[in-house]
Design a protein around this ligand. Structure first.
Ligand code: TRP
Length: 457
């Protein structure tokens, strides 16, 4: 076989890939988004569908996406074109790279704004303004922040700048080092918070909300959103993991690695839920409060626990880092493509992408004040106009459709022998199990959830 190498570099080891991919997967999706959409869609039943989607859809797609990336070793656009050609199929498949680049751009535009909230909270927690506040007071601190576009633009700009700096420096020097320390620290801090949550007096109701599924509460919108979130939280369907796969050394096992990444990501999300919901119920707050949920609950915990100012600052700081290591994976595919096809240096390519993302982000900034409008989407009430639309469009539609295309590409378009060779796990039960899932179960399940969600079934 002709082994390709990536012109953009390679991870130094399998562990480096696991760290980077976990850094991409674990982010605002786990700690900010998972709790708030679980709250909006009614709890346990939603969690159950999300877990099922991670296993039956997310994991097979992740393996497909990594293997496509490692075989192509270029930006998703060129990888898809190259592998389609290798299989003697149409170049139309490179469209998948394009929609991925677009999805990454749309997601990062609002992701950066939310990361900006977390940055603002690093300083709020540090300065002590959150100490000893009750639920109502914490809520008004949050409203004051999001209704002030000037502050939000400041933090959003700073976050885009940080993201751009890492991207401009390149994969290894930039990405690898940051993640190595920060992920374990975030995990440890979540455990500290769990300790608080367990004594907050809301554990029974919180865990009940999270873990006892009432399937009658499950709307079609909830199922579609749970599936969309499986993609979002695992960074799947837009080429981020494909790009990271393209930097993976040839001898690393793709299946095992994917299992580790999906497992860690799910663990962090469940931990976050187990921290947030006891606090919500102990303080009589509303689980369906929306995107502000963690910012309206965690400060209460920090305000009451010993060393709360210190832990609060550290927590939001780590959240910013988790968001940072996710954000870079959202624009890496676009930057890599500009470098490959337009003979641009990394710095100029980064500047171009980061500036346009920043600009679109202004629409999300204003979605929480001047431009806010309500609408309902498949049974859920949304209040934040363009921000919500960008999120629904990408998570519930673009990512799952991208993931569908990747699963189909790896199992129907690529030659089976090539896939066997790339996964390098032999042609035994493990391989066949994945192949069967990705070839039939995942696509059928995905299409079913889609049609069902859209009311066509
Ligand atoms: N997975 C990240 C999170 O949960 C967000 C993210 C990073 C992402 N890269 C992505 C989502 C690519 C979709 C596609 O916060």
């Amino acid at each position: 076989m002709t082994e390709r190498t990536s012109m953009h570099g390679q991870w130094s080891s399998r562990l480096a890939f696991i760290l980077a991919a976990t850094g991409s997967a674990v982010g605002l999706g786990n700690i900010w988004k998972f709790p708030y959409i679980t709250g909006e869609y009614g709890g346990g039943a939603f969690v159950l569908v999300y877990l099922a989607c991670v296993v039956a859809i997310g994991l097979p797609v992740m393996i497909a996406e990594v293997l496509i990336g490692r075989r192509g070793r270029q930006s998703p656009i060129n990888t898809m074109r190259c592998l389609a050609k290798e299989a003697g199929r149409s170049r139309v498949w490179s469209l998948l790279g394009w929609t991925g680049v677009l999805a990454g751009f749309l997601i990062l535009s609002y992701y950066s704004v939310i990361a900006g909230w977390a940055m603002a909270y690093v300083f709020k927690a540090g300065s002590g303004v959150l100490q000893g506040l009750d639920g109502a007071a914490v809520g008004s601190v949050f409203s004051a922040l999001v209704s002030d576009p000037v502050q939000l633009v400041f933090w959003h700009s700073l976050f885009m700048l940080m993201t751009g700096l890492v991207i401009a420096r390149g994969v290894q020097s930039g990405l690898e080092r940051a993640v190595r320390v920060l992920m374990p620290a975030l995990f440890a801090l979540l455990l500290v918070l769990l300790g608080y949550a367990l004594t907050s007096g809301g554990v029974a109701r919180g865990f009940d909300f999270l873990f006892s599924p009432d399937l009658s509460k499950l709307s079609t919108g909830a199922i579609l959103t749970a599936m969309g979130h499986a993609f979002f939280t695992l960074s799947l369907g837009m080429g981020a993991i494909m790009m990271y796969g393209s930097y993976l050394p040839q001898d690393a096992s793709i299946a095992k690695t994917s299992l580790v990444i999906a497992g860690l990501d799910t663990l962090v999300a469940l931990l976050a839920g187990m921290v947030i919901f006891p606090i919500v119920f102990a303080n009589g707050l509303e689980p369906g409060a929306g995107p502000g949920l963690i910012f309206q609950t965690l400060p209460i915990a920090f305000g009451q626990m010993p060393w709360g100012g210190f832990f609060g600052t550290l927590f939001f700081l780590l959240l910013v880092f988790a968001a940072w290591s996710s954000a870079i994976s959202l624009i890496e595919p676009a930057v890599a493509w500009l470098v490959e096809n337009h003979d641009m240096g990394r710095a100029r390519a980064t500047l171009l992408v980061a500036l346009s993302t920043w600009f679109l982000g202004l629409a999300s900034v204003l979605s929480f004040s001047d431009w806010a409008f309500d609408f309902s989407f498949l049974g859920a009430q949304k209040e934040n106009g363009i921000f919500d639309i960008l999120d629904l469009l990408t998570s519930n539609f673009m990512l799952p459709l991208g993931g569908l295309a990747m699963a189909l590409f790896a199992t129907w378009v690529m030659r089976r022998a090539d896939v066997v060779e790339e996964l390098a796990m032999g042609d035994g039960a493990g391989f066949r199990g994945w192949y069967y899932l990705a070839r039939y179960v995942t696509p059928v399940g995905l299409v079913f959830i889609f049609l069902n969600g859209l009311g066509l079934l």
